[in-house]
Design a protein around this ligand. Structure first.
Ligand SMILES: Nc1ncnc2c1ncn2[C@@H]1O[C@H](COP(=O)(O)OS(=O)(=O)O)[C@@H](OP(=O)(O)O)[C@H]1O
Ligand SMILES: Nc1ncnc2c1ncn2[C@@H]1O[C@H](COP(=O)(O)OP(=O)(O)O)[C@@H](O)[C@H]1O
Length: 206
């Protein structure tokens, strides 16, 4: 991306990432939930945030729908706008991770290349891609917002899974089969993954 001015400098903080982690008693990372509309990203994101809060772990959800009310309110659903949506969101996530927060993203993020670009902003082990793997048929049956119905009727053009592509991750850190396990099981799976990556000590109770 072009800078608007060449005359800008980076001001380093006097607080190191490790100092923030020590204060929090846990590390920070991005948990990137990708999947079809209705696969369960938002439901999982907010339940994981609730569970982590109960464990005294600082986390925050960046949800696609919510961000599109403000920061990304000027964007639509063309491939270019989705790319920009993901770019902005991953830059915000970078700030939150730097602040020491476990940042949970819930975005369809249908293109592999866009997710890889997001990953490239983070250090080794800091970007956890979680594929919320739910068959289109189940998403369509759930249709929590009635959008599939509208997409099938041609009222919403370029709808992911119907008239726009979804590229499933090839090597995600976690696959969450949300049609085959309960919400609680999925959250356990995420917390086990964060534990295995030593994001927080195993002594922190659930
Ligand atoms: N054309 C089209 N395709 C897909 N989704 C659509 C579309 N139009 C509106 N919506 C609603 O917008 C939500 C997806 O926003 P995201 O920011 O997650 O999308 S993306 O990552 O930029 O692809 C998505 O929310 P979720 O159902 O929570 O995924 C829909 O509610
Ligand atoms: N095991 C499950 N995990 C997550 N969501 C589930 C599950 N079973 C049923 N659901 C339902 O599926 C819907 C998923 O919607 P939502 O979380 O908005 O998905 P997305 O954010 O991916 O569009 C919700 O109505 C939720 O209650």
């Amino acid at each position: 991306m072009e800078h608007t001015s060449e005359h800008i400098q980076w001001h380093p903080s006097k607080i190191a990432r490790q100092d923030r982690h020590r204060l929090n008693a846990h590390r920070s990372c991005v948990l990137w939930l990708t999947g079809l509309s209705g696969s369960g990203k938002s439901t999982l994101a907010y339940e994981t945030e609730r569970r982590l809060h109960g464990m005294k772990i600082r986390s925050y959800v960046l949800d696609g729908d919510n961000l599109r009310h403000g920061l990304n309110g000027d964007l639509g659903f063309s491939a270019e706008h989705r790319k920009e949506n993901i770019r902005r969101t991953s830059e915000v996530a970078r700030l939150l991770v730097d602040a020491g927060i476990i940042t949970i993203i819930a975005l369809i993020s249908p293109y592999r290349a866009d997710r890889e670009l997001a990953r490239s902003l983070f250090g080794e082990g800091e970007f956890i891609e979680a594929y919320v793997d739910c068959p289109l048929q189940v998403c369509e049956q759930r249709d929590p917002k009635g959008l599939y119905k509208k997409a099938r009727a041609g009222i919403i053009p370029g709808f992911t899974g119907i008239s726009a592509p979804y590229e499933a991750p090839l090597h995600p850190e976690i696959v969450i089969p949300s049609a085959r396990q309960s919400l609680a099981e999925s959250v356990d799976q995420i917390i086990d993954c964060l534990l295995s990556l030593r994001m927080f000590p195993s002594g922190m109770t659930r």
